[in-house]
Write a protein that binds this ligand. Structure first.
Ligand code: 5GP
Ligand code: ZN
Length: 114
């Protein structure tokens, strides 16, 4: 997708602070962190959101969670805990229409939404 920010990061057209990359996914620090540790795990395939998952493309979700399992250990938040967030659509607060998982940790995260 030509205008997609995350596709541009994947292609290296926009710089990012990369934590991990393989042939299927990339993980990088969020530009506007909401916690001491806040990174995003993003499939290289442009899938808009959970709404666009299907039999053909959904194996990537298991792979993303395996990558998260590895990265939280490397970032030393596996034991203290962390939150994985996926925002979908307008009411979910999705601002980049390329599916991604936020991983936040390094402090006790508030639970209330308002
Ligand atoms: P969403 O609101 O769609 O769930 O999350 C999008 C996230 O992408 C936001 O937390 C935002 O800070 C982050 N973001 C947007 N543009 C960029 C960028 O160019 N670089 C990085 N590293 N993060 C970005
Ligand atoms: Zn994209």
């Amino acid at each position: 997708m030509d205008e997609c920010i995350f596709c541009k990061i994947i292609k290296g057209e926009i710089p990012s602070k990369k934590l991990y990359e393989d042939d299927k996914v990339i993980a990088f620090h969020d530009i506007n962190p909401e916690a001491p540790i806040h990174f995003l795990v993003v499939p290289k395939e442009h899938i808009e959101s959970v709404n666009a998952l299907n039999e053909e493309n959904s194996d990537i979700i298991a792979h993303i969670f395996k990558v998260i399992n590895k990265l939280v250990k490397e970032e030393k938040i596996a034991d203290s805990g962390y939150r994985i967030i996926n925002n979908c659509g307008r009411d979910g607060g999705q601002t980049v229409n390329h599916i991604h998982f936020h991983v936040l940790g390094g402090k006790t995260l508030p639970m209330k939404l308002t």
